[in-house]
Design a protein around this ligand. Structure first.
Ligand code: NIG
Ligand code: FE
Length: 389
């Protein structure tokens, strides 16, 4: 056992749900971590002795960001697709096949190295937990391989064989669904905690409500927990399906009817709405109405969706700034959504907040207050606090 006392904290933001802003900000606080757990929080003047001390010299301390939605296992470059969108081209999911071709061609070693670099990039910006989806293999061997490699970096792995119907199956959608819910699930499932599906009737490549239901039920039967990509490109059945099946999260939620919002509000103890404003930024699309969701009582999370197509940014502070500027959230709501809210979307109580017994997954800001995360957009003030020992 090895303990660290953290002092000199300018502002301790616990995200423990207390206070009007739910951020549980503690003045004059110190924190003690023992190995990977928080074991003491209190006034600095009353801090116990520890094996070593880290002094933050007035910097703010927050829970490490929980990035609950990413697609980091890929090779290939789609910068030209981004440039085309900036001059008016629409996003329809068709580019996923480009990443699929490059990913299938990459060696295990190369995929591992690319993924490792992306996870390191996230940690350097304050992210301490990342969910990683497959979805650029889209064959039995390539989906299992992506998840096997992803599970070397996180326990939050998600099987997304139902990302799109790959080109070689376009003449036989039903055959591809048989594969995803059969042989592919059998080989990929053991490497995954979650199953996800891109439910989007507005895309010719993605899946209808009935197809998505079949995928999710097969995943549940195989012991996986449910997440859904829904209502990204247009109105559709994704949100209602996620709520009906008790999925932990439905992600994107850009196009919502009043009934969708009511369903999410009614399901607030089971299904989180995860907002991914980097996608709207990088696809030049209208942003989801985060304010409407919060005012209706919906629980929300914020994540990056870092992927080669719709948002190649791993920066949670950038997502916070967008959420505040473009989706009507307060800086406090945005930070809570990217920590405690995102942890809830992963059904985790040991991360996303600084409380006795939670993991010592911490981020430090080169600033006196969390407000600087949005007040200084584009400036890399957040980093993971690596505890010695
Ligand atoms: O979350 N919507 C589907 N999947 C990803 C994009 C994948 C891609 O275009 O490569 C998303 O936006
Ligand atoms: Fe996604």
């Amino acid at each position: 056992m090895s303990s660290t006392l953290i002092t000199g904290i300018g502002e301790l933001v616990t995200c423990d749900g207390s206070g009007e802003d739910r951020l549980g900000i503690r003045p004059d606080a110190a924190v003690v971590a023992e190995d990977d757990r928080i074991v003491w929080i209190g006034r600095a003047a009353e801090a116990p002795a520890a094996d070593r001390r880290v002094d933050l010299d007035g910097r703010a301390l927050i829970p490490g960001f929980v990035d609950s939605h990413s697609h980091l296992v890929f090779d290939g470059d789609r910068a030209a697709e981004f440039a085309a969108r900036m001059t008016g081209a629409a996003y329809d999911g068709g580019g996923i096949a480009t990443s699929m071709t490059a990913t299938r061609a990459a060696s295990d070693g190369r995929l591992r190295e690319l993924l490792g670099r992306r996870v390191t990039e996230m940690r350097a910006q304050g992210t301490t937990t990342v969910e990683i989806k497959s979805g650029y293999g889209l064959s039995v061997a390539d989906e299992a391989r992506a998840l096997r490699i992803a599970s070397e970096f996180t326990s939050e792995t998600t099987f997304l064989g139902a990302h799109v119907v790959p080109p070689e199956w376009r003449h036989d959608r039903a055959g591809y669904l048989d594969l995803v819910t059969g042989e592919m699930l059998v080989s990929a499932g053991p490497h995954a905690r979650w199953i996800d599906v891109f439910c989007e009737p507005a895309s010719p490549y993605a899946f209808t409500g009935d197809e998505a239901r079949r995928v999710l039920l097969a995943g549940r039967e195989a012991g996986l927990e449910l997440r859904v990509h829904g209502n990204q490109l247009g109105h559709g059945p994704g949100v209602q399906l996620a709520v009906e099946l008790g999925a932990a999260s439905v992600d994107h939620c850009t196009y919502l009817t009043d009934d969708d919002v009511d369903a999410l509000a009614g399901a607030r103890d089971s299904t989180v709405a995860t907002l991914l404003p980097g996608v709207e930024f990088s696809t030049r699309s209208p942003y989801p109405d985060g304010r409407r969701l919060i005012d209706a009582g919906v629980r929300i999370a914020l994540a990056s969706d870092c992927n080669p197509g719709t948002c190649y940014s791993s920066s949670i502070p950038f997502m916070l700034a967008l959420a505040v500027r473009e989706m009507g959230l307060t800086p406090a709501e945005a930070l809570y959504a990217a920590t405690a809210g995102a942890a809830r979307s992963l059904r985790r109580t040991d991360i996303g907040r600084i409380e006795l017994g939670t993991r010592a997954d911490l981020a430090v800001l080169d600033a006196p207050s969390y407000l600087h995360l949005c007040y200084r957009p584009g400036v890399p003030i957040a980093r993971t606090l690596e505890l010695p020992g």
